[in-house]
Ligand binder design. Structure first.
Ligand code: F6R
Length: 610
């Protein structure tokens, strides 16, 4: 949510900033801007719209060649997308320019105070208050001034700051919003995420909250809020720059859908060793697991949907009661914690603000935290007692695909691991589940190839003008319906509702009329007959039914208009397969409707604000 870059070195800054912003555009794309500092002056260009608008404006208004600059791509929170609300923001005397990711919570109070002192404001943003405050408190020393500023601002922030008096310095700080420091040769960088650094360096520092960084061309110094120097460990990016490229696909989303078999392989295979699930390095002991009385799962969006599938699987295999909460609700509902409880936190980015806050709440109450995270070293990973990484690689498309399915695979492994620790898994059952897990990547690949053979694309073209869909299922299929519905909504802007199939007749069935598309997910063997009855109920009211079911369930074809088959699997793992045709269906519907698949309107990846 908002992308920040900053550069200080020997190269012309603008191309470096623009390339960095391009790779961070998934974090926000309603406006963008850059500022550079040269000859004791700051020059800024900003434009509403995605980066192409800024590119065009930069062609008209060429900036002087500079080797220091900051850039920003925005997801609006305070103030509509517009040129003036875009970052960087300046102080009134134009001494500093600043980019920000996060929210300054006490900005109204600070604004009133600064207005009393004669400051006037150009924009509606919370960010401009920080720029103005910086200038107001500025005493010639960048780090010292920032320390004073930070005593006054409350909220979440990653800031990049340049000052016309210090053309050899780039200043940054983070609190509750991500920021990395890239370490080059005679050049250094700040960025919200690794892809912005990859063309220049693979070495970086991960910043902790409240760490202030002063970057110069030939060195980086880090301080705490009292100004004491801090030593940091250098991390090294292990993945290749090409993973952040489209590699011939039209959109990252399709590339990432097709990457799922490999992502699952990387997530699962190192963890099945000699017929056992092995979570190397996790501190949860068998005794702790055996004494667990309750598990809380907290997450947002698709990660929350993964958690709902996880509840079915965990409760079935471990008999431990599981509560699944949306993180933004959990954190404000005064949740009840008890002895011997565990909180499983799920997040692809590891930076989602509400999920991080929910984690902190549970941790404060003394609950042990086990997180399932994709981004190594992210805030959620760092603040958890134990982390199990999904090795999905970077996910660039805003709509998650491989992030979600790898989260499911980790939840299955946790359930099996806990069930075994509790002595609840018979040997033959364990063997069967482990075999299924090992087959997950291969079977995922088969489903994806079958789905890409053209029939789903044709179905998408046939139905792309419809404005309402229902997606129904029971049990795990209902959880999968929620994720399927979100995929369709977020990228194609078609309204769709996921419904527990047995619940439709309690009101919502009144919305079904001639031709209403209903996608029925029918893979739970014990619930199949009941689901078939639910299909008949909607068919009787004119619905056009597309069923997703397992091979061999040919009788489903008798009640549905279209059938998509997925391979047979244990009931507990079917969510991993039935979501795949829906990812591909949503993708083709969005393409057919001319939507920007990777960057849907109003959205951004990594939601670092509440
Ligand atoms: C939907 C999607 C979002 C995220 C949610 C949580 O496709 O991507 O719903 O799942 O914003 O994000 P993470 O997993 O990064 O915490």
């Amino acid at each position: 949510m908002c992308g920040i870059v900053g550069y200080i070195g020997m190269q012309p800054a603008v191309p470096v900033l623009m390339a960095g912003l391009k790779s961070l555009e998934y974090r926000g794309y309603d406006s963008a801007g850059v500022s550079v500092c040269v000859s004791d002056e700051i020059y800024t260009v900003k434009a509403k719209g995605d980066l192409s608008h800024l590119e065009a404006k930069l062609k008209e208004t060429a900036l002087p060649e500079a080797t220091l600059g900051i850039g920003h791509t925005r997801w609006a929170t305070h103030g509509a997308p517009s040129d003036v609300n875009s970052h960087p923001h300046m102080g009134r005397k134009g001494i500093v320019a600043l980019v920000h990711n996060g929210i300054i919570e006490n900005y109204l109070e600070l604004k009133a105070e600064l207005m009393e002192k004669g400051c006037t404001f150009q924009s509606e943003t919370d960010t401009e208050i920080v720029a103005q405050l910086f200038e107001y408190l500025y005493d010639g020393d960048m780090v010292g001034t920032l320390r004073k500023v930070l005593q006054r601002v409350h909220g979440a922030y990653a800031l990049g700051i340049i000052c016309k008096d210090h053309p050899d310095q780039l200043l940054a700080v983070r609190k509750d919003s991500p920021l990395l420091v890239g370490l080059g040769k005679e050049e250094n960088f700040i960025a919200s995420d690794i892809p912005a650094l990859l063309s220049y360096t693979r070495d970086y520092y991960l910043l902790n909250d409240n760490e202030i960084v002063l970057l110069k061309r030939d060195g980086v110094s880090i301080f705490d809020l009292d100004g004491n120097p801090i030593e940091k460990e250098v991390f090294h990016v292990s993945w290749d720059a090409s993973v952040a490229e489209k590699e011939g696909y039209d959109y990252f989303m399709m590339k990432e859908i097709m990457e799922q078999p490999r992502a699952l392989q990387k997530t699962i295979s190192p963890r099945i060793l000699e017929g056992n699930i092995n979570f190397e390095g996790i501190g949860l002991t068998e005794e702790m697991i055996a004494s667990l009385r309750r598990i809380h799962i907290v997450a947002c969006g698709s990660a929350w949907h993964a958690g709902i599938v996880g509840r079915y699987v965990l409760e079935k295999l471990t008999r431990i009661p599981v509560e699944v909460d949306i993180a933004s609700e959990f954190r404000y509902r005064d949740p009840i914690f008890g002895e011997n409880e565990l909180c499983i936190v799920i997040s692809q980015s590891g930076e989602t603000a509400d999920t991080l806050a929910a984690l902190r709440l549970a941790k404060q109450a003394g609950v042990r935290i086990l997180s399932i995270v994709n981004v190594v070293g992210s805030s959620i990973a760092r603040e958890s007692d134990d982390v199990i990484y999904t090795w999905a690689g970077p996910e660039i498309a805003v709509a998650t695909t491989k992030g979600y399915t790898t989260q499911l695979s980790v939840l299955y492994m946790i359930a099996l691991y806990f069930a075994k620790a509790k002595g609840l898994l018979r040997q033959e059952e364990e063997k069967m589940y482990l075999e299924e897990l090992k087959l997950l990547p291969e079977k995922t690949s088969q489903v994806l190839h079958a789905c890409n053979s053209g029939s789903i694309e044709a179905l998408a073209k046939q139905l792309c003008k419809r404005e309402d869909f229902f997606i129904i299922g029971r049990g795990i299929d209902y959880a999968a319906a929620m994720e399927s519905s979100l995929k369709l909504k977020e990228i194609s802007y078609i309204h769709s509702e996921a419904y527990a199939a047995g619940e439709l007749k309690h009101g919502t069935i009144s919305l079904i009329e001639e031709g209403t598309p209903v996608i029925a997910i029918a893979t739970q063997s014990t619930l199949l007959e009941k689901l078939v009855s639910n299909i008949k109920e909607v068919k009787a009211r004119g619905a056009y039914v597309i069923a997703i079911t397992e091979e061999g369930n040919s009788f489903v074809a008798d009640v549905a208009d279209e059938v998509i088959y997925i391979p047979k699997a244990t009931d507990l793992f079917t969510a991993s397969y039935n979501v795949l045709p829906m990812q591909i269906f949503a993708y083709h519907v969005a393409v057919a409707r001319g939507c920007n698949v990777d960057k849907p309107r109003n959205l951004a990846k990594s939601v670092t604000v509440e």
